[in-house]
Design a binder for this molecule. Structure first.
Ligand code: NI
Length: 157
């Protein structure tokens, strides 16, 4: 990726850490259990994994362009395919975020409509991490329930 400017160093370092932790967890997900879910009202394992990857793109795109589109890339149907797509997408998003100026980061935008209201691009990038961490916690539960050995969150990052 391109050089990270000083005003984005902390955010991007954290974002990459969160990403690596997510990928390390995802790697243990059994592709033959993508239709499994914890209860009737929950997402399937495959839907949850795809949501983590696709929402990153949707939210970062909203932060950059000011427009939120619910459309994402077609869902992956196997763990290795999903991780490959997530890695590629993350690297591309990182390059686009690294190009934001301090003024652009502080600019108030309204990509989610009036009800959610205005927020800065920096706020939306922080929400992107918060959202991933929220769903990653769910993924820990899913994988434990499936009998998968899960990695320690802060060990060996
Ligand atoms: Ni979500």
């Amino acid at each position: 990726m391109s050089t990270v400017p000083a005003h984005l160093a902390s955010l991007i370092q954290n974002w990459n850490r969160v990403h690596k932790q997510s990928v390390r967890l995802m790697a243990g997900a059994p592709s033959d259990q993508f239709e499994w879910k914890t209860c009737d009202s929950a997402m399937t394992l495959g839907a949850l994994m795809n949501h983590i990857y696709q929402a990153e793109a949707g939210l970062v795109n909203a932060a950059i362009t000011g427009q939120f589109s619910g459309e994402g890339a077609p869902p992956a149907t196997a763990t290795d395919e999903l991780i490959e797509a997530f890695e590629k997408s993350h690297a591309e998003l990182l390059d686009r975020v690294a190009a934001l100026t301090p003024e652009q980061l502080a600019e108030q935008i309204e990509p989610f409509g009036e009800k959610v209201g205005k927020m800065t691009r920096a706020d939306i990038l922080h929400i992107t991490l918060e959202h991933e961490v929220h769903h990653r916690g769910q993924l820990y539960v899913y994988l434990r329930m499936l009998g998968v050995a899960v990695p320690p969150l802060y060990g060996g990052v």
